[in-house]
Design a protein around this ligand. Structure first.
Ligand SMILES: CC(C)(COP(=O)(O)OP(=O)(O)OC[C@H]1O[C@@H](n2cnc3c(N)ncnc32)[C@H](O)[C@@H]1OP(=O)(O)O)[C@@H](O)C(=O)NCCC(=O)NCCS
Length: 146
């Protein structure tokens, strides 16, 4: 597995993966899956040994805050560390940008995944894109850029 920041050439593969996971698998309306934040976000990707993009996620930065989102791993390779590797890359990017904390809106089914990565849930559950979510936060103070 190789993980890093996505370049423009990776974008079609990122869109294809997100469409498979969020639109086809989870039923998110295609018109809200991609949004205006994609243009400014930092996108991370993990590739398999054949160079295919099998995991992705993005980091939105604004007003000194960092929001992680659109975490998606190809269904065929889940549970093999690709999601954790993409999340760690997004944390490295946030640390590089000097951000003290990251936040995300976790689907409740993925809450345990984010807890494994050091996130703590805050507040009540709510619905977003027809899926129950909970806000989670993680401090980055202990992370050093590699
Ligand atoms: C959630 C998702 C991103 C996790 O990626 P993954 O590559 O399967 O996860 P990893 O293999 O990196 O797992 C890292 C750790 O989290 C745990 N984990 C993974 N998914 C989990 C889940 N849904 N609930 C609880 N724990 C989970 C793993 O067991 C592993 O634990 P370990 O460190 O003890 O071995 C992936 O399953 C996915 O794309 N799901 C569909 C889309 C989705 O729900 N996205 C999240 C939107 S908020």
């Amino acid at each position: 597995m190789r993980v890093g920041v996505a370049g423009p050439a990776d974008w079609p593969e990122v869109v294809a993966l997100r469409t498979r996971v969020f639109v086809e698998e989870q039923g998110v309306p295609p018109e809200i899956e991609q949004d205006e934040h994609d243009a400014t976000a930092v996108h991370a990707v993990a590739r398999d040994d054949g160079g295919r993009v099998v995991a992705t996620g993005r980091l939105l930065v604004g007003d000194g805050r960092a929001l992680v989102g659109r975490m998606a791993v190809d269904a065929a390779v889940r549970g093999r560390g690709h999601g954790a590797a993409v999340l760690a890359e997004l944390h490295r990017q946030a640390v590089r940008l000097g951000l003290p904390e990251v936040e995300l809106h976790a689907q409740v089914g993925a809450r345990g995944f984010y807890e494994r990565a050091g996130y703590i849930a805050v507040g009540e559950e709510y619905e977003e894109a027809g899926i129950v979510h909970v806000t989670m936060r993680r401090r980055l103070d202990d992370d050093t850029p590699r």
